[in-house]
Design a protein around this ligand. Structure first.
Ligand SMILES: NC(=O)c1ccc[n+]([C@@H]2O[C@H](COP(=O)([O-])OP(=O)(O)OC[C@H]3O[C@@H](n4cnc5c(N)ncnc54)[C@H](O)[C@@H]3O)[C@@H](O)[C@H]2O)c1
Length: 336
């Protein structure tokens, strides 16, 4: 297949590309490169001719249109987004520019190409990768969100992703742009930016500094190993129904204190240390508008596409921690 991956230098996009490069697909990666991007790694893949990398903003309608006209993709997977909630609180405009206007410009380029028969494959689809955060916060005992739950985004990040979902939906309903929207839970794994929670825990431990935990640490997230998320996307690429929404859960709900304890006890074993884990934690002022709990049901993708995550939290964390230890030694992934 011919696949355009936007945001392919980022954490999930890069892992997605790596899962495809040896399967004889033709891949164009579009990314404007920010501090979360793995620029050297994507350049390496480009030099090896495994992919074609284009350093472009998805807001650049003319350049995106040109790539689509020349490459004639079978699929576009849109990972491109500003993704760090804390940064969205500091610089919301940047998030609305990339996540909302960027999605709009990408859709406009696709619309032009379909209308003018530059995309002739009638199986063409856009997979728009979104987040469980659009459903907002749940109380501890509230029912899981599903594909029909109301959108209640609370941060500028989740509001920008929710807006982008609505634009994708409207382009499907109004212009029949073949698209699918996914909502995945929190990802973790290799190549994630040092600012995100799990890399921060690992790198703080390795640097022997306190691990910052927001508020009282009782917030619950559902964690998915990045390869599981990407295998769900690959199933959706093959058999996902146009116009549909799929939630993707990792089935690993855990609160932040327990997650930190779990990671530190794995690290204690791996580094033959016996550090007192409670002493490593430092509770800091809560994030503004911090959501208490996310929890989604992924019964639909299980039933319709036979997707089940393969990694337990323990397996996924062990692989991730090994990767960060290796790369920490190379001095690459220290917390910025
Ligand atoms: N990380 C998670 O836990 C998670 C969970 C669910 C959904 N998602 C979604 O998955 C996607 C990828 O997330 P990630 O964690 O890999 O993020 P990331 O921040 O690691 O990577 C995003 C990439 O997109 C690029 N990008 C941003 N705006 C762009 C623009 N206007 N034009 C071109 N490139 C642009 C960035 O340069 C970066 O390389 C995002 O859409 C995010 O909302 C992430």
């Amino acid at each position: 297949m011919k696949i355009i991956v936007t945001g392919g230098a980022g954490f999930i996009g890069l892992n997605f590309i790596k899962s495809l490069v040896n399967l004889k697909h033709k891949i164009v990666c579009i990314d404007y490169i920010n501090n979360a991007s793995n620029y050297n790694e994507i350049k390496k893949l480009h030099k090896l001719k495994k992919i074609n990398f284009k350093k472009i903003d998805i807001n650049d309608y003319l350049k995106i249109k040109k790539i689509i006209i020349n490459f004639k993709p079978d699929i576009i997977v849109n990972f491109a987004a500003e993704s760090h909630v804390d940064n969205s609180i500091k610089t919301p405009k940047l998030f609305f520019n990339s996540n909302v206007l960027g999605t709009l410009h990408l859709l406009e380029a696709i619309r032009f190409c379909i209308n003018n028969s530059y995309i002739i494959n009638n199986k063409f689809k856009l997979i728009h990768v979104s987040t469980d955060e659009v459903y907002g916060s749940l109380k501890f005992k509230e029912k899981k969100s599903n594909e029909f739950s109301q959108y209640k985004p609370n941060s500028p990040y989740s509001a920008s992703k929710a807006s982008s979902d609505h634009i994708v939906r409207s382009y499907f309903k109004t212009y029949q742009i073949p698209s699918i929207i996914t909502h995945c839970t929190n990802n973790y794994g290799p190549w994630q930016n040092g600012e995100k929670f799990i890399p921060t825990i690992i790198n703080s431990y390795l640097q022997n500094i306190k691990i910052p935990i927001y508020g009282n640490g009782k917030n619950i997230r559902d964690w998915i190993y990045v390869d599981d998320h990407n295998s769900a996307i690959r199933k959706i690429m093959k058999r996902g129904k146009i116009g549909d929404v799929y939630n993707i859960s990792g089935k690993n709900q855990i609160n932040n204190i327990k997650l930190v304890s779990m990671i530190c006890s794995i690290l204690n074993k791996k580094t033959s240390s016996n550090r007192n884990i409670s002493n490593l934690m430092q509770f800091v002022d809560d994030r503004k508008g911090h959501d208490l709990r996310y929890d989604i049901s992924s019964k639909k993708i299980e039933r319709e596409l036979d997707f089940f995550p393969k990694y337990t939290l323990n397996n996924g964390l062990n692989i991730t921690i090994d990767w960060y230890i290796q790369n920490f030694k190379k001095n690459e992934f220290k917390k910025k």
